[in-house]
Write a protein that binds this ligand. Sequence first.
Ligand SMILES: [Zn+2]
Length: 320
Amino acid sequence: MIQAGDGSGAREDQPGPESRPRLGLTGFVSGMPTRELKPLDQQERKLLDQAVALLSGLRLAVLTGAGLSTDSGIPDYRGPQSVPRSPMTYQQFVGDEALRRRYWARNHVGWRHLRRADPNMGHEAVAQLEQRGLLSGLITQNVDKLHSSAGSTNVIDLHGTFDLVVCLQCSSAFPRARIAEILEDLNPGYLERESDAGDVAPDADAEVDDTAGFIVAPCPVCGGMLKPDFVYFGENVPKDRVADAYAMVDAAGGLLVAGSSLSVMSGLRFVRHAYKAGKPVVIVNRGWTRGDEFASLKVEAGVSEALSYLAERLPDLSQD
Ligand SMILES: [Zn+2]
């Protein structure tokens, strides 16, 4: 859905076989949730100390992507270990009944996995920064709501959230859990048959093979076409949401980007915006990002580790 799998190249410090993620049959990567921070090496600490120097005393806007949630067991499309996958476009979803049925069948299984996921140390570090008054706000490209689960309150879910469904005809919105009940009534036994489905992507797309007989739910209000409240490829982020995000960047003295390769314009534009305003931009991400040319500093390090390091060391803002 949201981001194209353009691959980010190999990295030199590939983990050993014991920590290598399992490859799913359709090319997904299954991560394991972790609560342990890996030690940062000398170069990483040096870069992060530079980030602290750059960002100290500034109220920050934070922009996050799928790399934030890999430590919660939700694989990234484009992380160093990911296998390319082609997300569905908006045009495919609305225009092709078979693809739509397949999408809903896989989402029906996959959304539960996102609901069960827990925030990790990276999410918690961002929430701590907000609680200490260091943030103008948080913009996330993730639909998993793990920032909110970790306690962040001023969050713009740029690409929507996994737990909401909208009607394309009458614009009614429904909790995903309510639509799940309808889908279960329409497809008795389906979840039990597919409950051991393989890996799940960040947009709740689970690896399910038998989708041909799945019955899609119509809108409970008007009978129209329902769609998970995600921003798909080929679809624009709602204008007021974009405006709110720009305002967050404008209210900040600097921008901290974490866990995104910024491969889609929906996130990259905020990096450009901060750059043009002369504000420092720090990017924490493994591998190349489309925002690197606008970054005052690029930190190649694990996202959870780097954010925890920054949250510990960034000083409180003065009260004047
Ligand atoms: Zn409707």
